[in-house]
Design a protein around this ligand. Structure first.
Ligand code: ZN
Length: 279
């Protein structure tokens, strides 16, 4: 069965269709570890345990829970730049012939309700579909790439534009890795939950005002192509994540940036909504 996975107060949990969460260690009688990074390695158990939710006692409501990132400590977190054509155009940059990949240092990852701590006046929003690897692999062909995906979640690839372009050539990695610049969540949704995981509406609002809206079918390099490309270079491990790129409508295009008090609302069809406040 398809599952929705969450990190509640640092412990792995499953979430039912009514937004109630169940502690996985308790639900599984200790078979699935409480640590979310260890729990995601038990994909078969997560699928099986989802069927038991209807006959189990929930531990709380997700809306009232203290949520961490569903994948709080990925070994590797990849980012992909300029992966939606209109965004490459608004950035006045050439369309990449190969995926433009940078590391998003995993120390920047925070939960779906955490604050984004602004450290400059050029911080920008970037809603992104985040892919979590569930089965490790190397040299994975595109046509079997989805078999290696555990699930999908929402990410914000918050980018300090001045820092990103402070060096020549630009160091995307540092500009996108300040502490708290990688919110993720609220839940990781198993791939089999989606009628078509390659075609999802994705959007971002700032203080309720629509800024970004597209569909993931607009990706220049698809999820499968990204996995083939990356796994030809780096062995992908369980819990590695890929921020797959952002649609048009970032602040840099109009020179408007995030300010303290701004609320970033990120939504992806079939996953949910994540809301982070800038401080
Ligand atoms: Zn990005």
């Amino acid at each position: 069965m398809a599952f929705r996975f969450a990190n509640v107060s640092g412990r792995a949990a499953l979430v039912d269709r009514d937004g109630r969460w169940y502690d996985l260690d308790k639900l599984s009688g200790g078979a699935v570890p409480a640590d979310p990074m260890a729990a995601i390695a038990e994909a078969a158990a997560l699928h099986r345990l989802d069927e038991q939710l209807a006959s189990s006692e929930p531990d709380g409501q997700l809306a009232e829970a203290s949520l961490g990132a569903p994948i709080p400590r990925p070994r590797n977190a990849f980012g992909v730049g300029l992966n939606y054509r209109p965004h490459a155009e608004e950035a006045n940059m050439e369309l990449p012939e190969r995926p433009l990949v940078f590391g998003k240092f995993s120390s920047c990852i925070v939960g779906p309700t955490d604050d984004v701590e602004l450290r400059s006046e050029t911080a920008d929003w970037e809603v992104e579909l985040v892919v979590a690897i569930g089965t490790a692999g190397r040299d994975i062909p595109a046509d079997s790439a989805w078999d290696h995906v555990l699930g999908l979640t929402i990410g914000q690839d918050i980018s300090d534009r001045r820092l990103q372009f402070a060096a020549k050539p630009p160091h995307f990695d540092l500009g996108k890795s300040r502490d708290t610049y990688g919110p993720m969540g609220p839940v990781l949704v198993s791939t089999d939950s989606f009628a078509d995981p390659t075609d999802l509406a994705i959007s971002c609002q700032i203080n309720g005002e629509p800024k970004q809206a597209d569909r993931t079918t607009s990706l220049i390099f698809s999820v499968a192509e990204l996995i083939e490309y990356l796994s030809g270079i780096v062995t992908l491990d369980v819990g590695d994540v890929i921020f797959t790129g952002t649609p048009a409508g970032v602040g840099a295009a109009s020179q408007t940036y995030l300010a303290p008090g701004d609320v970033i609302t990120s939504t992806i069809e079939g996953i949910g909504t994540m809301s982070n406040t800038c401080v």
